[in-house]
Design a protein around this ligand. Structure first.
Ligand code: SAM
Length: 334
């Protein structure tokens, strides 16, 4: 029998792990060229993916260990059947303070009522270009209009904040940095530039090179100066700014150039039921096996503590500059 579930998960470097990202499916309708190889990746078998009941149990245990914020991701979370019955159950877990969703936005528009009625207001939409043809080139699907309509409808329905995640890759979309940033002037969107991370992509379709946050900040001077915005409790690692008088914000997530490992408060639950203490490391602890073998809540809580104990002080790329991990974002949960 394990120890009593403690009030908090605190790792060896005194980081309190209060944020769980849950990948509810490894399936995605898109093939973003920096994320999944065009031919796809082997899919998990249906029975290897955690059921909603299992996810809810794990989430409840996590909340008992001080997790306050959960983000659903994937794969594409809106692809998974039954998600709209699951969302309100998750959002109403006692003690959970924030539930949010990261989506590619393709299926957003028709499902916003369901998302809203579950109590979720914070959504992140991944969108790397404002041009239809380029969107198809990046994702393999001609769905730019659907995504944009989803974003606009979400805004009209009062979702806030709507964060637009832009993974910037040299020669692919770095010519759109100013256009994305200008969107924040008269739209209440939070545009977040994310440095591309070289994660297990094998042979990508095009050479993939990240664009550093410093380089983007330099470009943005053409629009005006950026004033820092104080981060809220549930904001995560983005550095936040605003142009004077702007309706929206600009954020930077810089896992390569200014990694935020020292303050990383995250654990990830993969679609196949493992806990990963670091996105950029292959270390993981299996939860699904023990759970299906009848482990008690306390035993499962101990697995959380074990995963916290294994959280590295900083990620591979920060410490060695190389050795990308083997998993794909779609399975780990980006
Ligand atoms: N399907 C959902 C979506 O598109 O937002 C959720 C999953 S997706 C893997 C989550 C986020 O990871 C997206 O914003 C995506 O752009 C980002 N991402 C994927 N691969 C990445 C990489 N190699 N470097 C940086 N971000 C990446």
């Amino acid at each position: 029998m394990g120890s009593e579930p403690g009030p908090f998960l605190i790792d060896h470097y005194n980081r309190r792990l209060s944020y769980l990202r849950i990948s509810i499916t490894d399936r995605c309708n898109l093939r973003c060229l920096y994320c999944i190889p065009r031919k796809g990746v082997p899919k998990l078998r249906h029975e290897d993916i955690l059921t909603y009941e299992e996810i809810l149990r794990i989430a409840r245990i996590a909340v008992g260990l001080g997790v306050e914020k959960i983000r659903l991701t994937g794969g594409e979370p809106l692809l998974r059947k039954g998600i709209y019955s699951f969302l309100p159950q998750l959002a109403s877990l006692p003690g959970l303070k924030d539930v949010s969703l990261t989506t590619n936005g393709v299926y957003l528009k028709g499902n916003l009522e369901n998302i809203k009625s579950s109590g979720i207001r914070r959504i992140n939409v991944s969108l790397d270009t404002l041009h239809r043809e380029k969107y198809e080139r990046i994702t393999g699907q001609d769905r730019f209009e659907a995504v944009w309509e989803g974003i606009e409808t979400a805004r009209a329905m009062g979702f806030h904040p709507i964060k637009i995640n832009v993974v910037t890759v040299k020669g692919l979309n770095d010519d759109e940095i100013l256009d994305f940033a200008r969107l924040s002037l008269d739209h209440p969107y939070y545009i977040r530039f994310i440095e591309y991370m070289p994660l297990g992509m094998g042979n990508p379709v095009i050479p993939l090179t990240h664009v550093s946050t410093d380089h983007i900040k330099e470009q943005l001077k053409e629009i005006g100066s950026l004033t820092p915005v104080t981060s809220g409790r549930f904001d995560g690692p983005a550095e936040r700014f605003r142009f004077k008088g702007a309706a929206g914000e600009i954020g930077f997530i810089s896992p390569l150039s200014h990694h935020f490992c020292a303050t990383c408060n995250r654990l990830r639950l993969t679609a196949s039921g493992s806990l990963r203490p670091c996105l950029l490391s292959d270390i993981e602890e299996d939860l699904k096996g023990p759970l299906r073998d009848g482990a008690s809540d306390m035993e499962l809580a101990d697995i959380f503590k074990k995963a916290a104990d294994m959280k590295p002080p900083s990620h591979y790329l920060a410490s060695t500059g190389s050795i990308p991990p083997s998993g794909h974002m779609s399975a780990i949960g980006g």
